[in-house]
Design a protein around this ligand. Structure first.
Ligand code: BGC
Length: 340
């Protein structure tokens, strides 16, 4: 049996090192060398496992059953109405109060040829867990390749028709955690559309809008700071970016979703996924009151989360991708973070 505090490390020959703990499958560090051989830890978090267990339980964690928000925690499936627990104002966020980020995952090493090293994380979520229908059996593979890719491969099966949207919630800062904000990082998102949000609803309205001419336009790459400082009402609403982008030409194959670069430190990261969306969240709720890595306060915009996903509130939006998982069918989702 795995314990909450058990630590696992994935390493390749190039010096990429990913560390995670069993509670939430939380990625607690990703050490990345640049071409000058300087190694930094590019994910926001804490210096010790004890602090990670006591701290922000979304940092680097697997979120589910439904990552992101479901309006009023309600949805209808096969004519039946479901009321999930609400834990974010009127809404349901990241699977509820006791989401998958809070569970102790069973972890075992696995041999998979494409990975230099890999672990499988498993969890059984009982029927009715957080009021979702169906017993859900989930497995998530964390693996690293010799090409400096960190792959996350989710699969799940349910005993009843249900809804699902799993993601990973690491916040990245390519200068290194604790080395300032991500305002000076250049972000490119493979997207010309996003899903605007509304303050009253607390999440997406259902509209799919063009990014062109707005602060949300990262299609050809720009400094995140440019968007953060803009007067765009969508940015003002959440004091940064906390938006779902529609990945261009989505066809269920693995494609590039985003690229994050920090020129000075010579580091770059690419995100690939077979999912239709990616949430870009600039960590606007950090306010310096929590002490993170290097004993430094975690400031606003300390990192950016790039969460591959189905869109927020999809179960209630007919024009959004389908988040229904039929009984006995397999959910699968791949996300690859590649470091350069
Ligand atoms: C959401 C934010 C939320 C945060 C909580 C992100 O995935 O987009 O709105 O505040 O998770 O950690």
């Amino acid at each position: 049996m795995t314990k909450a505090s058990d630590v696992f490390i994935l390493k390749n020959r190039k010096g990429l090192e990913v560390t995670f703990i069993a509670r939430g499958g939380q990625i607690t560090s990703i050490k990345v060398p640049n071409d000058r051989g300087e190694v930094v830890d590019v994910v926001i978090g804490y210096d010790t496992v004890d602090e990670a267990l006591a701290g922000d339980a979304y940092f680097g964690a697997i979120c589910g059953r439904y990552a992101n928000r479901i309006v009023n925690g309600q949805f209808e499936l096969n004519g039946e109405k479901f009321q999930l627990d609400t834990n974010n104002g009127p809404n349901h966020l990241h699977g509820g109060e006791d989401g998958f980020n809070n569970r102790v995952w069973e972890v075992e090493p696995v041999k998979i040829r494409r990975f230099a090293q890999a672990y499988k994380l498993s969890l059984v979520s009982p029927d009715g867990d957080q009021k979702y229908p169906g017993e859900l059996t989930i497995s998530v593979v964390y693996g690293i390749t010799e090409d400096n890719e960190f792959g996350i491969e989710y699969s799940a099966k349910s005993t009843k028709d249900t809804i699902i949207n799993l993601t990973s919630h690491a916040y990245f800062n390519l200068k290194g955690a604790g080395e300032g904000t991500i305002a000076d990082h250049e972000l490119t998102v493979n997207s010309d559309k996003y899903t605007p949000i509304d303050g009253e609803i607390g999440t997406v309205t259902g509209e799919i809008a063009n990014v062109k001419g707005t602060a949300m336009d990262f299609a050809s790459g720009k400094l995140i700071g440019e968007a953060l400082e803009s007067n765009c009402p969508q940015v003002k609403l959440v004091d940064g970016i906390d938006h779902n982008f529609v990945i261009s030409a989505y066809d269920e194959s693995l494609r590039i979703a985003a690229r994050l670069e920090h020129e000075e430190s010579g580091r770059m990261m690419e995100v690939y996924t077979d999912q239709p969306g990616i949430q870009v969240y600039t960590g606007s709720h950090f306010d310096g009151s929590e002490i993170g890595k290097q004993g430094k306060p975690i400031e606003k915009w300390a990192g950016v989360a790039l969460e591959t996903q189905i869109f927020p509130d999809s179960p209630n939006k007919a024009n959004f991708p389908n988040a229904v998982l039929k009984a006995g069918r397999e959910y699968s989702h791949t996300c690859v973070y590649r470091f350069f």
